[in-house]
Design a protein around this ligand. Structure first.
Ligand SMILES: Nc1ncnc2c1ncn2[C@@H]1O[C@H](COP(=O)(O)OP(=O)(O)OP(=O)(O)O)[C@@H](O)[C@H]1O
Ligand SMILES: O=P(O)(O)OC[C@H]1O[C@H](OP(=O)(O)OP(=O)(O)O)[C@H](O)[C@@H]1O
Length: 204
């Protein structure tokens, strides 16, 4: 039996459609739309845990899930002790720096973000000293109302930036979702994991 931690939200549908194409039966939409957080498909030998995207690497590192699907953004931010097995190529976006087109560096420059570690190491590499302000979402609000001059956040279509009068100032990394594994599970359930990997590789 394989246990797989799936991020609720935008990644899950894409990930499950990939699993389905790879020949794995996936839960009925009805079950996914319910409030259930553990969904088993015993005939296929796997159980899904439906969790918050940011929590997926935690479940996998602690070994309560053998496998998980997580955005590269989350993996970069958390640097968890897990194996990154496969780039699934889904939910593509980029980690970017953005701000108002006429932004000015303040005497004490501030950067708002949901990704404090990524932002900190990026600006350190650039040789810029900034204060990182940690938010939990709607980060584009910060420069609009004067909390920070710049943000570090995910950009996909650019719609959120455009609609808030912001522009992309630099790209930190390209992001897609990855299949990750617990290190112990990878040894103990290697055969089952390898089979899933082979099947997924054929449909990516
Ligand atoms: N606009 C986007 N387009 C494509 N992929 C995205 C976009 N925003 C985020 N992602 C990817 O999807 C993952 C999950 O994002 P999602 O917005 O579903 O969750 P969240 O906002 O972090 O969590 P929640 O709203 O459940 O607290 C991110 O970690 C990233 O890899
Ligand atoms: O370039 P776009 O296509 O507009 O996508 C980018 C937006 O998508 C994500 O937000 P999300 O919807 O996850 O909400 P959040 O702000 O609560 O994280 C991200 O944080 C950006 O705000």
């Amino acid at each position: 039996m394989l246990t797989i931690a799936m991020p609720k939200g935008r990644i899950m549908n894409e990930a499950l459609s990939l699993f389905q194409q790879a020949g794995w039966p996936v839960p009925l939409q009805m079950e996914l739309d319910s409030r259930k957080l553990v969904v088993s498909i015993p005939e296929a030998g796997f159980t899904l845990f439906l969790a918050k995207p940011m929590d997926i690497p935690t479940y996998v590192e602690y070994g309560v899930a053998d496998l998980g699907v997580a955005g590269k953004d989350v993996l970069m931010e958390q640097a968890r002790d897990v194996y990154e097995l496969l780039d699934l190529g889904i939910s593509p976006c980029r980690m970017a720096v953005a701000g108002k087109p006429d932004w000015q560096p303040d005497l004490h420059p501030r950067v708002a973000t949901k990704y404090p570690r990524i932002a900190e190491s990026y600006f350190k590499e650039q040789g810029e000293q900034v204060e990182i302000i940690n938010l939990h979402g709607s980060v584009e609000l910060a420069p609009v109302i004067g909390l920070a001059e710049r943000i570090v956040d995910i950009v996909s279509t650019g719609q959120t930036l455009r609609e808030n009068g912001l522009v992309e100032l630099g790209c930190i990394a390209e992001v897609t979702s990855r299949l990750i594994a617990n290190k112990g599970s990878y040894r103990l359930k290697g055969e089952a994991i390898q089979e899933l990997l082979n099947q997924l590789e054929q449909v990516i």
